[in-house]
Design a protein around this ligand. Structure first.
Ligand SMILES: [Zn+2]
Length: 147
């Protein structure tokens, strides 16, 4: 027991060195969470099967409706205080309100959907959720722990 070799080698997750924050930032920018270079999306909300740069399998994600729920929450929390403030302080004409707020909500939602979906996929990737864990095991060389 004097060789200092603890039995549990399991502790370190054998991912690239970056943490969850960096993976999420890459996802927000629509980039591959593994390399940060390749594009995550092959269309507006279609995630590429794999990263065109590093070949990381991205098709394992199951973002489903979650990005849309998040976008609704974010847009609602940003827009509602503004709407209440403007409607009580400025009181614009009805047709302006009926045009401005839906349009603003639409633009915000469309602008946020891809970054939020990218972040959700990056979180799933980082956490090894769904098939990401298996694809990680199949590829990662895992810096020889036993030397
Ligand atoms: Zn990549």
């Amino acid at each position: 027991m004097s060789d200092g070799n603890h039995g549990a080698v399991k502790a370190a997750p054998a991912r690239q060195s970056e943490g969850a924050g960096e993976a999420i930032m890459r996802g927000l920018r629509g980039r591959c969470p593994a390399c940060g270079e390749g594009r995550m999306f092959r269309a507006f909300l279609k995630v590429a099967a794999q990263c065109p740069q590093c070949g990381e399998e991205l098709h394992h994600h199951r973002a489903d409706d979650f990005p849309a729920y998040l976008v609704i929450v974010i847009v609602g929390h940003i827009l509602m205080p503004i709407v209440l403030l403007v409607e009580t302080e400025v009181t614009p004409a009805v047709w302006i309100s009926m045009t401005l707020w839906p349009l603003t909500a639409l633009v915000m939602a469309l602008g946020l959907l891809q970054p939020v979906k990218g972040a959700v996929v990056a979180i799933q990737w980082f956490g090894g959720m769904h098939g990401f864990e298996e694809s990680k095991k199949g590829r990662a060389p895992t810096t020889a722990a036993e030397g």
